[in-house]
Ligand binder design. Structure first.
Ligand SMILES: C[S@@+](CC[C@H](N)C(=O)[O-])C[C@H]1O[C@@H](n2cnc3c(N)ncnc32)[C@H](O)[C@@H]1O
Length: 211
């Protein structure tokens, strides 16, 4: 861990006992520790406040960790719809949202994300956070472009780790992630940047839809 990461994590110390304990609890239930790092939580919260975000779509719930970070930054009328196909993850997320006091703001829709998205064609969101299976990213981008409001945000995690061919993440992952990144970089509808995370081991794509 770099001196910069140590410094910023100390500077913005996570003063949230529940968020601190949830990853260990999930691991005890056999749920993988593939949740966002604190720096991504802080970025999501900053963008939610700056862009006056009220409606969020998350693809990839896990145990509800990133959605708790986001819910904490939403105004009282803010809502999150999160998609998840593992029943154990969805159930754990619901329990965690209750404990975090955000259960009225967040709902999980269970099933394969692409199937659920087909039922959501008329929904619109201010922010869409893509964080599920990496080979699905190009299809999730199609949906995100359809469901995001003008002026809204599309974020996607792990856009370097899975695009890096030296990491042995599998050819399908690398191909899908590169396609995803290239389409965003070249889109006339989007202004975007990729921000390094985990000391440059990974990155998050942040794209704004032109009004
Ligand atoms: C990286 S984790 C999400 C982490 C979460 N956003 C966080 O930071 O707290 C990815 C989640 O997506 C779910 N998932 C993977 N493929 C999916 C699919 N096709 N449809 C729905 N959920 C999927 C996995 O079960 C897992 O819980």
């Amino acid at each position: 861990v770099s001196a910069l990461s140590t410094y910023t994590d100390e500077l913005f110390q996570l003063d949230d006992p529940l968020l601190q304990q949830l990853p260990d609890e999930a691991a005890e239930r056999g749920i993988p520790s593939i949740h966002i790092p604190d720096e991504v939580g802080r970025l999501l919260q900053t963008l939610i406040v700056a862009a006056h975000v009220e409606r969020i779509l998350e693809i990839g719930t896990l145990f509800g960790y990133s959605s708790i970070w986001m819910a904490r930054a939403l105004p009282s009328n803010g809502r999150i719809v999160s998609l998840e196909f593992e029943p154990k993850h969805a159930q754990t997320a619901r329990e965690n949202w209750e404990r975090a006091g955000v259960a009225t703001k967040v709902e999980v829709r269970e099933g394969p994300a692409l199937e659920i998205l087909k039922t959501m064609a008329d929904d619109r969101f201010d922010l869409i956070f893509i964080d599920a299976d990496k080979t699905g990213y190009p299809a999730y981008l199609d949906w995100a472009l359809r469901l995001v409001k003008p002026g809204g945000l599309i974020l996607a995690d792990n856009t370097w780790r899975h695009a890096d061919p030296t990491r042995n993440m599998g050819d399908d992952n690398v191909k899908a992630m590169r396609e995803f990144n290239e389409r965003i970089a070249h889109s006339d509808r989007l202004v975007a940047t990729m921000i390094a995370t985990r000391d440059g081991e990974d990155a998050i794509m942040v794209a704004a839809v032109k009004p």
